[in-house]
Design a protein around this ligand. Structure first.
Ligand SMILES: Cc1ncc(COP(=O)(O)O)c(C=O)c1O
Length: 426
């Protein structure tokens, strides 16, 4: 039985998705292009990345035996509740990233400590999920958004992707990546010779797991692999469709098709998936991505980034991965100057300038000095003005900071004491 014969509706929708993915093959990919990304048995239709994250946890984790969920920080905030719902509220661990992506040394160190404690506690078998032929229970889960991340807007380098797969194999971890922005890409050059980009900039983590050191089906491996790629039509067609796909090994795709709710109810997104399949078969969706979304989001991105360079960078605001050739997604992540706090900027921007931005210090990351701005939502003509307004908020906070410092210095001269509460000023 394949993943598709089990779940009604999937077969008709999976072929066009495979063609879409194949069309996005990276020419320099280590996989031959006719093998990229895979046969239909490696894909299962889902109800979108969020729904399928829940399904992956249902089938492939156990709230006791699975030691930790390792989350690249900053991370997509709404995934947290999904982990909570599966019993992992106390097992979530943040993993920092640098300009190249996830901090592998940190991850290795912490995951090996986690393994030591699991061994000390005698945590050596799943407690709640019995042995099922279509599934396995992983010891760890690693969650990441490697390409044009939400919220950090970064792309993880190939070297880090490969290191990440090696760590996952060593520690029996399932890497779940939300690859939901991969198709929304364009050149960082505002006047590129090639306006639309149909090829992926890097192999996804699931592709790396397929080719690295003999791949997921190498000798001695159990064949489930260590990576699951959550694709979605939310960002390229419409979030209301609630349709996506997951790619992994054949065994993993089959396992996900066996999620209890899909066995009972059928494919999670049967009607929408059939409609999406039609738009893929006619090529309408591909045209929409390459001829409408990429050029218009790219245009908005370039308008916003030009305004950031003009108004925010002179104030000391910093951008991640400033020397990239390819950019994409929905967001730009800004690191604020001085001790300006994202929370305060977000609040004042909303109240005083009618500008909505997301502060970094939510539960997702604790980056008190960071902000996420979105170029995908607003009309292009509004974007430069929005950044100018944001600049005026940051400028006035910097001025207040300087005034405060001057006041503190003179008070210090008077009292000879340092103000311990400086950090809390914002
Ligand atoms: C990283 C990430 N994952 C998942 C989603 C949601 O995807 P879906 O609509 O397919 O559930 C989003 C949307 O904001 C996202 O940014």
């Amino acid at each position: 039985m394949t993943a598709f014969s089990d779940v009604a509706g999937s077969l008709t929708s999976s072929k066009p998705i495979i063609n879409l993915l194949r069309g996005s093959a990276l020419p320099s990919s280590p996989l031959p292009s006719d093998e990229y990304p895979a046969a239909k048995e490696r894909i299962c239709i889902t109800g979108g990345a969020s729904q399928n994250l829940a399904c992956l946890l249902q089938v492939f984790t156990d709230p006791v035996y699975t030691r930790n969920i390792w989350i690249v920080s900053p991370s997509y905030m709404l995934a947290f509740r999904i982990f909570d719902d599966s019993g992992f509220a106390k097992k979530l661990r943040a993993v920092p990233e640098d300009d190249e992506g996830i901090d592998i040394d940190f991850l290795k160190r912490e995951i090996s400590k986690s393994e030591e404690s699991a061994q000390d506690e005698g945590n050596d078998a799943p407690q709640f999920k019995k042995d099922r032929p279509w599934g396995k229970i992983y010891k760890h889960v690693i969650y990441a958004v490697p390409t044009f991340s939400n919220p950090s807007s970064k792309t993880m380098s190939l070297r880090r992707r490969e290191d990440l797969v090696r760590v996952a194999r060593e520690y029996d971890a399932l890497i779940i990546t939300d690859d939901v922005y991969d198709f929304l890409q364009w050149s960082s050059n505002p006047n590129p010779c090639q306006p639309s980009l149909e090829h992926a900039i890097l192999p996804r983590v699931v592709d790396v797991d397929r080719y690295l050191d003999g791949g997921a089906e190498r000798d001695g491996a159990d064949g489930f692999g260590n990576a699951a790629s959550n694709g979605s039509f939310s960002k390229i067609c419409g979030p209301g469709l609630r349709t996506g796909w997951v790619e992994g090994t054949e065994k993993l795709a089959h396992g996900i098709s066996q999620t209890g709710s899909s066995r009972s109810g059928g494919a999670p997104s049967q009607l929408s998936a059939t409609i999406v399949a039609e738009t893929l078969e006619t090529g309408e969706l591909q045209r929409h991505v390459y001829e409408t979304l990429q050029p218009s989001y790219g245009q908005r991105y370039h308008t916003m980034i030009a305004a950031i360079h003009e108004h925010l960078v002179p104030l000391g605001v910093r951008l991640p991965q400033a020397d990239r050739d390819m950019v994409g997604g929905y967001f730009i992540w800004l690191t604020l100057p001085g001790s300006v706090r994202g929370q305060v900027v977000a609040q004042r921007a909303r109240e005083e300038e009618n500008v909505i931005v997301a502060p970094g210090n939510s539960r997702s990351c604790r980056r008190r000095n960071a902000l996420r701005v979105c170029f995908a939502w607003e009309e292009e003509r509004m974007l430069a003005e929005g950044i100018e307004r944001l600049a005026s908020v940051i400028r006035s906070l910097l001025e207040e900071e300087q005034q405060q410092q001057r006041g503190d210095e003179s008070a210090q001269r008077r009292t000879g004491h340092e103000d311990q509460n400086q950090e809390d000023f914002w």
